[in-house]
Design a protein around this ligand. Structure first.
Ligand SMILES: [Zn+2]
Length: 130
């Protein structure tokens, strides 16, 4: 194990982007096996090679920047997924609206008829049926 530690010293190693690349490579490999597509197989291999390149890279600053870029792109998707899950769980008791002025999501009780909503972020009013 000591040789591996020596070999990896100063190298970037694994991160969430590497994990996603590896999962993408596996998914593409499965799809290529299913459809017999050479292009999918090449894309799968490219994902694996890039993942391996990132793990063994000594340019840690660049790899960290790539990982930050990845998180910057994926965060709205994660936030959207969490909001959708919460909206689904609350669907019997609450309705969700988006403020037409600032885009803030507002939760209001369901079944109260036509209501005047004051946005908690920008304090603008809008009327919706809950
Ligand atoms: Zn607002």
């Amino acid at each position: 194990m000591n040789w591996l530690r020596r070999f990896m010293y100063g190298r970037y190693g694994g991160d969430p982007l590497g994990l996603v690349l590896c999962a993408l490579g596996l998914l593409l490999a499965l799809l290529s096996a299913l459809f017999g597509s050479l292009i999918l197989r090449l894309c799968s291999m490219a994902a694996y090679v890039y993942c391996l390149f990132r793990m063994l890279s000594r340019n840690t600053y660049r790899r960290q920047r790539e990982n930050q870029w990845f998180f910057h792109k994926i965060t709205p998707l994660i936030r959207w997924g969490k909001l959708g899950k919460k909206q689904f769980e609350d669907r019997k008791n609450y309705r969700y609206f988006t403020c037409p002025h600032c885009g803030q999501h507002v939760r209001v009780p369901r079944g109260k008829g036509k209501i005047r909503i004051i946005c908690p972020k920008c304090k603008q009013e809008f009327i919706k049926k809950s």
